[in-house]
Design a protein around this ligand. Structure first.
Ligand code: ADP
Ligand code: MG
Length: 340
């Protein structure tokens, strides 16, 4: 493949761009900051992310993809154009661009993304389904007659899919993922301790303190800053793994239920393969501590967290060109004018 082709993981939380030979060249939050009066975007990614929660009335900083769908078309388009421009700057050779959009994205929403790629100079545009990209990125040979199950946990959605012979055999997507943990942790701390914390603090708790299978000696205690609502003043509070566990337990139980539902409808031959191959976890949301152990203990099947799980979709999207013509479903040429 020509080295100027790029794969874009357009996630609800992160945008990652993979270039063959160079690896992940863009890895930034999917945030756009714009002027509230004119609607004109002026910052993207990392720069816009620094403004989240700190804007005044003339500036809005938002995630244009929300809960796994594109909630703002024009901002998404501008953002995609900006990042393609950042990853790709040759005026001479136009790239092929493959994009992975969240699974709940509709045809109309897809068109906005395809338009953005074309107006950024793409000569050919492909869309790939997330589980296929995640599997390729996790190093699975998706073309074999061999069943594999992928559980990708992003910000907005968890996608579970069984893959064999280059296509998706059965799948399920639920709107319970990384952001659900954030929302519920913040809510619980507010209700229980009358203490309000910001998004970054919540995420620190999730990354450092939360544990899906905490043992007695794994109790981490973390001092957080926020607003004590009773006094109406800034304050600090100590939160432990044991405080967080009851909050995350129902969420991981829902993820477990989704995996079980997919396993239940998996054809028996493929179930046999899955029993051998185990379950592969991808997506940054899968990095919550001990989720692999939790799933393994309830499913009685091996569970592995992919190496660099946050990058699997981007890597798989970028490498999918190598499999062009061989992938069954889940990889489409959507270049305008190309019959779909
Ligand atoms: N170390 C970690 N532990 C738990 N969750 C994490 C960790 N790092 C990132 N996350 C969460 O992963 C989610 C984003 O996953 P990602 O795969 O980047 O999402 P998307 O595909 O939706 O852009 C966010 O909710 C983020 O807080
Ligand atoms: Mg993702």
């Amino acid at each position: 493949m020509a080295t100027n082709d790029i794969g874009i993981d357009l996630g609800t939380t992160k945008v990652m761009i993979y270039k063959e030979g160079e690896g992940v060249v863009v890895n930034e939050p999917s945030v756009v900051a714009y002027d509230a009066n004119t609607g004109k975007p002026f910052a993207f990614g990392e720069e816009a992310f620094l403004m989240v929660g700190k804007t005044h009335k003339n500036i809005v900083a938002e995630y244009p993809l929300n809960d796994g769908v594109i909630s703002n078309y024009s901002l998404t388009k501008e953002m995609v154009k900006y990042f393609i421009g950042k990853a790709y700057n040759s005026k001479v050779i136009k790239p092929k661009v493959c994009i992975c959009v969240p699974s709940a994205v509709t045809g109309i929403e897809e068109n906005a993304v395809v338009d953005a790629a074309v107006s950024s100079g793409a000569r050919q545009v492909f869309l790939i389904e997330e589980p296929i990209a995640a599997a390729i990125g996790a190093g699975i040979d998706v073309l074999r007659a061999n069943g594999n199950i992928i559980v990708d946990i992003g910000g907005g959605t968890t996608d579970v899919a069984v893959i064999s012979l280059g296509g998706i055999v059965c799948s399920k997507s639920i709107k319970i993922a990384g952001n659900t943990f954030d929302r519920e942790i913040a809510k619980a701390i507010k209700n229980r301790f009358n203490f309000v914390i910001g998004q970054r603090t919540v995420q620190n708790l999730k990354h450092e303190v939360a544990n899906c299978m905490p043992s007695e000696d794994e109790n981490v205690v973390y001092k957080i800053k926020g607003i004590n609502m009773l006094r109406g003043l800034p304050g600090t509070l100590e939160i432990s793994t044991q405080d967080i566990y009851p909050v995350i337990e129902p969420i991981i139980a829902e993820i477990l239920a989704a995996v079980k539902q997919v396993l239940e409808v998996t054809p028996p031959e493929l179930s046999g393969d899955i029993y051998e191959n185990g379950i592969m976890l991808t997506g940054a949301g899968a990095k919550i501590k001990n989720l692999d152990k939790y799933l393994e203990s309830h499913l009685n099947v091996k569970v592995a967290l992919a190496e660099e799980p946050e990058k699997c979709v981007a890597i798989g999207t970028g490498r999918s060109f190598e499999l062009e013509g061989k992938l069954e479903s889940g990889f489409r040429d959507v270049t305008p004018g190309f019959s779909r």
